[in-house]
Design a protein. Structure first.
Length: 194
């Protein structure tokens, strides 16, 4: 019985995050107010304040929810041998995490200045650097380092580049992943065919 109120709070928190992210993406972060979020949710501002005091609190909580599996992936990757199979697995898991957060990535694309100015900008930067460190060899030549950075950039940009393209979203995700894997394979084994 005691889990029911907690579950309801969790659902309300999730609804607030979803609606806020939708409004932030549609109108822009700066142009969205807490009042608009509460009106769209059909809750009082007091109910909204119970969960989040500011728009940044909402945004940080959304990023924290995504960041947890990414931090776990980075921790897992650090414990693995630096094999091509490990690098491919990191890309697959990252792709799957991104697929579940497509609205957040859309927001980031459309609100880059805001993301950069808020505390989450540094978090994202450190996360990307952590992932690149896992998929590139420590002594990799510059061209292979570029391939590894480009692999992650491809995964981010591919979501937007293919957003309006015809086709199944899962097929598009797999196509983007395949390109990222090709880049990392080439960086891991410069003699590999691509």
């Amino acid at each position: 019985m005691s889990s029911t109120p907690q579950r309801r709070r969790g659902n309300t928190r999730q609804r607030i995050q979803d609606v806020a992210l939708e409004l932030f993406s549609e109108q822009g972060y700066e142009k969205t107010s807490l009042r608009e979020i509460s009106e769209k949710l059909d809750v009082t501002k007091a109910a909204l304040y119970y969960h989040f005091k500011t728009k940044e609190d909402i945004l940080v909580s959304i990023f924290d929810d995504l960041n947890q599996p990414i931090e776990e992936l980075i921790a897992w990757g650090k414990e693995q041998p630096r094999t091509l199979e490990t690098k491919k697995e990191i890309l697959v898991r990252y792709s799957e995490a991104m697929a579940g957060a497509s609205a957040l990535f859309r927001f980031m694309q459309e609100n880059q200045a805001t993301v950069r100015d808020l505390s989450i900008g540094e978090t994202i930067k450190h996360r990307v650097i952590g992932l690149v460190d896992l998929i590139k060899d420590p002594d990799a030549p510059l061209t292979d380092q570029v391939r590894c950075f480009t692999a992650l950039f491809t995964m981010h940009a591919g979501m937007f580049a293919l957003r309006d393209a015809e086709g199944d979203p899962e097929e598009k995700r797999k196509a983007v992943l395949e390109v990222a894997v090709d880049l990392v394979t080439r960086a891991h084994d410069p003699g590999a065919a691509h």
